[in-house]
Ligand binder design. Structure first.
Ligand code: AQP
Length: 351
């Protein structure tokens, strides 16, 4: 197995720039909202240059119905805007409109080592219990395309949920190996931004499994399109244990379902877990769950309403994505051209 390069170097100061994406592989969940979307908005509002993407090329690593993929991509874009992404301030687009992602992705397929890919736990999780031989090559190469998504903009920071940590380490390894192989200081070594109380929101049916848009059970997740009644019913039926809530976070350690609901409350309310437990110590879930449901409806309801309004005009969403793609292309193309020059590829216009 080829070892990953160990020496981490930040070659030169890069302009702070944030990139992140979400797959339109289904409707977005509370996990995507708390782990990603909510923090995308915070970063935009801090005034950092932000580039956000519906990664439709990643979505097709698992077969997608074409009509549904289009619908989910528009719905994802509506969710971004409804949650507070301003397409005039952030760049918002869908990945397949900017071919630099695919082009750099191929170059990175030739930089990344099979041994690194073999260690990726998300591929193992997604093929667990299935015939891994029948998985697509794209699913296996996913982390290399993800590195290209980030590095084609020379992004320096990537806000993600905890599940993406290993992929970002691979992105760093690819940047370092490319720089070493070609003797350049060209690609930045990115920083993952994994922050907040809900970096890993768990399934409502199983506190040891990540809440996921592709989980076969709709009861396992809260969708951003769920009505107030659906949210309340899902939280009421969420798996818990018979004990009342404790007074310390430490006491939640071996209670994954209870811990998950407290973390969700904390992230939605903006209170620390300790502050939530001060309020609810000794309470039974019969008391806590309705309070959590009210909070979730209060926070998600306005987003759902705004998404529904935006979805009445799909052509406008497509125009927004098109404008975002043109801005993204203008940033990506010179970086891709320079990469090709470094690698030794002839292109028209190069010397
Ligand atoms: N449960 C989660 N808790 C916290 N963050 C999460 N994210 C996803 N699920 C959770 C974060 O959302 C961003 C976009 O994820 P993605 O859609 O690109 O892929 P994913 O992580 O594979 O999400 P899903 O919902 O599980 O999708 P499917 O089911 O299609 O594979 C990332 O920043 C991720 O960390």
């Amino acid at each position: 197995m080829t070892p990953a390069p160990s020496a981490v170097q930040t070659p030169k100061p890069f302009k702070p720039r944030i990139f992140s994406g979400i797959q339109p592989s289904g409707g977005l969940t509370l996990g995507n909202y708390l782990g990603a979307l909510k923090r995308f908005v915070e970063k935009q509002d801090e005034g950092i240059e932000t580039i956000y993407c519906l990664v439709d090329m990643h979505a097709i690593t698992v077969w997608q119905d074409p009509e549904k993929l289009r619908q989910q991509t528009r719905e994802g874009a509506a969710a971004f805007i409804a949650a507070g992404i301003d397409p005039a301030r952030s760049i918002l687009f869908n990945q397949s409109q900017v071919s630099a992602h695919a082009e750099l992705g191929w170059i990175f397929n030739c930089v990344a080592r099979l041994g690194w890919m073999n260690r990726m736990t998300q591929f193992k999780d997604k093929t667990a219990g299935k015939n891994a031989e029948a998985a697509s090559l794209g699913l296996y190469a996913y982390p290399s395309l993800m590195a290209a998504d980030i590095l084609t903009y020379h992004a320096t920071m990537v806000p993600v949920g905890d599940d993406q940590k290993q992929h970002l380490e691979l992105c760093r390894d690819i940047a370092i190996k490319f720089n070493n192989d070609y003797g350049v200081d060209f690609f930045p070594v990115v920083e993952p931004l994994i922050e907040g109380a809900a970096t890993r929101v768990m399934s409502l049916r199983d506190g040891t499994k990540k809440m996921s848009k592709s989980d076969p059970s709709d009861q396992s997740r809260i969708n951003l399109t769920d009505s107030a009644d659906q949210i309340a019913a899902k939280i009421r039926k969420a798996k818990t244990d018979p004990e009342p809530l404790p007074d310390t976070a430490e006491a939640l350690k071996d209670r994954p379902e209870a811990k998950n609901l407290v973390n969700i409350y904390s992230a939605l309310s903006g209170q620390t877990v300790a502050a939530v437990l001060v309020e609810f110590a000794g309470a039974q879930f019969g008391t806590f769950k309705p309070r959590l449901a009210d909070l979730a409806v209060a926070k998600l309801g306005p987003i759902t309403d705004a998404m529904n309004r935006l979805m009445t005009d799909p052509a406008e969403i497509d125009r927004t994505l098109g404008k975002g793609a043109a801005r993204a292309e203008a940033l990506a193309r010179p970086i891709l051209n320079k990469t090709k020059d470094i690698v030794g590829m002839i292109r028209s216009g190069s010397e």
